[in-house]
Design a protein around this ligand. Structure first.
Ligand code: AMP
Length: 329
């Protein structure tokens, strides 16, 4: 069985884009692979050294991932900071990571422009910590977006370098996990681009029915088609893309026919879309609210996750120490 590892950011609520672009796939793949999902709270300090409420944010992320269907009995769900073995591997990998390659990293170059008065060593060595996260479980596959491909390439370099330097065949070469054709991009409701947390155009799983109705009714549209089968502008295509994700095929076809016959009433389409989104998200919202009240269960899940992750990590660190030469006297 392949070992798959995925990092999760430590703040922010999940929106429909996150669900269809990531979570839905995670929930499916946890049954076919040995999966580790971790919340990257160490990493968050590279950009937010004094977080307002690290504990609260991490708890909320944990809750929302559980609500989406990550099953702690099937996969290992843990906080990065609960596995200090990761920090030790990071230290050891840092000894063989070179300044030049770290400085050339695209994300480092972008980050130092964004935070010119906090160019810390953690930013520079971000890819080493990511490599430690991946290699600590000797992972084979990592689901990554385009922006993370360079980091994964660096992880392969660090893994191969370790194997070469210490003349072992120890770390596997992690590859990108490809979701293939199932990967959908959910657009925003503002007529352009994708739904995202920084774009301020998200419909969140935790949103109330009232909020969802308001957001959808405000979605950008136009004055409607004037010729049958007229090409669709981006804003309208976006509405159909979201509808495709949450509504029945019949509903989508109904509005598509109306569009093609120049009879579409966007107000009706938005009302239907809002109700279908509400129907889709409300089970998630209910689970999120239920879990939020169940601290005892959450504590159990977090502790068990940490224990499982540490078992795997401790084995790797023990072996790595022996390979390098840190042996018991
Ligand atoms: P982010 O919220 O940007 O940290 O993204 C977390 C994960 O959700 C990544 O794997 C993204 O590929 C995925 N994701 C974020 N926004 C969207 C979107 N609008 N459509 C599809 N996937 C998305």
């Amino acid at each position: 069985m392949e070992i798959v590892l995925s990092g999760i950011r430590s703040t922010g609520n999940l929106h429909l884009g996150n669900y269809f672009g990531a979570l839905k796939n995670f929930v499916e793949m946890q049954h076919e692979n040995k999966c580790y999902f971790f919340i990257a709270d160490y990493h968050s300090l590279t950009t937010h050294p004094t977080p307002h409420d690290l504990h609260g944010s991490v708890k909320q992320v944990f809750i929302e991932y559980l609500a989406c269907g990550l099953d702690p009995d099937v996969a290992t769900l843990y906080r990065q900071s609960d596995v200090p073995e990761t920090a030790e591997l990071y230290l050891l990998l840092n000894m063989n990571a070179y300044l030049g390659e770290l400085e050339r990293c695209t994300s480092f170059k972008e980050k130092i422009k964004q935070q010119q008065n906090n160019i810390n060593a953690g930013l520079l060595t971000y890819p080493v910590l990511m490599a430690a996260d991946i290699l600590i479980h000797k992972s084979h596959k990592v689901p990554v977006g385009k922006d993370q491909e360079q980091h994964l390439e660096m992880t392969r370099n660090f893994a191969n370098r370790f194997n070469r330097l210490y003349k072992v065949d120890y770390f596997p070469e992690p590859a990108a996990y490809n979701f293939g054709k199932d990967l959908v991009k959910i657009p925003g409701l503002d007529g352009t681009g994708k739904m995202g947390k920084t774009e301020g155009n998200g419909i969140f799983l935790i949103d109330s029915a009232e909020d969802i109705r308001k957001k959808v009714m405000r979605a950008v549209t136009d004055s409607g088609p004037v010729h049958p089968n007229q090409e669709m502008p981006e804003a309208i295509t976006n509405l159909f893309t979201i509808m495709n994700a949450v509504s029945s095929a019949d509903t989508v076809q109904f509005f598509l026919d109306k569009y093609n016959q120049c009879e579409i009433r966007y107000g009706d389409m938005k009302k239907q879309l809002a109700e279908d989104i509400i129907e889709f998200t409300s089970p998630f919202r209910e689970k999120i609210l239920d879990l939020s009240k169940n601290d005892a269960y959450l504590r159990k899940v977090v502790n068990e996750g940490a224990q499982k992750a540490r078992e795997s990590a401790a084995k790797t660190i023990k072996e790595v120490r022996e390979i390098i030469g840190f042996k018991n006297l």
